[in-house]
Design a protein around this ligand. Sequence first.
Ligand SMILES: Nc1ncnc2c1ncn2[C@@H]1O[C@H](COP(=O)(O)OP(=O)(O)OP(=O)(O)O)[C@@H](O)[C@H]1O
Length: 299
Amino acid sequence: MGAVISTEGLTKVYGRKGRGIKDVDLEVDEGEVFGFLGPNGAGKTTTIRTLLGFMRPTAGRAEIFGLDTRKRSVEVRARVGNLPGEFALEDRTTGDGLLRFFARLRGVGDLGYAHELAERFGADLHRPMRRLSRGNKQKIGLIQAMFHRPPLLILDEPTGGLDPLVQEEFLDVVEETKAEGRTVFFSSHVLSEVERVCDRVGIIREGELVTVEPTHEIVDKAFRHVTLTFDEPVDGGPFAALPGVEDLRAAGPRLSFTLHSEPDGMIKQASKHRLVGLEYERPSLEEIFLTYYGQEGGK
Ligand SMILES: Nc1ncnc2c1ncn2[C@@H]1O[C@H](COP(=O)(O)OP(=O)(O)OP(=O)(O)O)[C@@H](O)[C@H]1O
């Protein structure tokens, strides 16, 4: 299967001090769900806007379906459903009016899928956009990006402002989109949602793409925070000696540490005592970013 998105040396410098993005090389394949992760200000929105040809790159190039996104922008836009980072129309138009407008623009006669999505997301199509909350505007933004079933979705922080049930519904729709062989690229700073639906993940930090990996590898590589509670104080020594155990702290009957290996040895050691509590938590995305910062020499 060919690359649906391809960038080479994509660079955008804002003025003198603006950071932007530097030398971003990305390939996203047809039928793939790709998560684009990074903390605030890392360059996600800049990458998406430059990739889509909305902004002129300082250097490099971007292609979508093999078309240069600056030179062939009309053809590119016809194939992409896009949710911009700030979908905030302060308008008298209702969601329904807006969707009809987009449908005419795109030559789509059937609004059936739009209405299905509106129902699933609980979107209010009959209130003026300017009177909707941020989350409810976001729902309309998602529907306009998706309702014509474009072969590629590029979504900038699609779950921002949505409540957890709607976020889950959105992720279901992403899975259905993939099942239809369509491609989804979305930015996020929430690891759990990326983990659920993305085949691969790219991490951007300070404008540079630091890694692109299959999602399970990023998640497997990450350590876990472990807290074991016993029915009486236990010697932490044998736990500290286990491979992968770091930062062990003992407080009465409780041992806390980070575990950088599989849990088998720790479980066997723990089972020598009476265990009354076990917490086994994944790190936050920020902590995963930090491990990448560390690998890069703490730049
Ligand atoms: N129009 C602009 N002019 C100058 N600098 C800008 C402009 N837009 C973004 N930047 C800078 O470029 C960098 C990348 O910003 P960008 O908005 O792409 O990050 P982001 O990863 O999307 O962040 P967020 O998660 O906060 O939306 C930041 O340092 C930001 O301050």
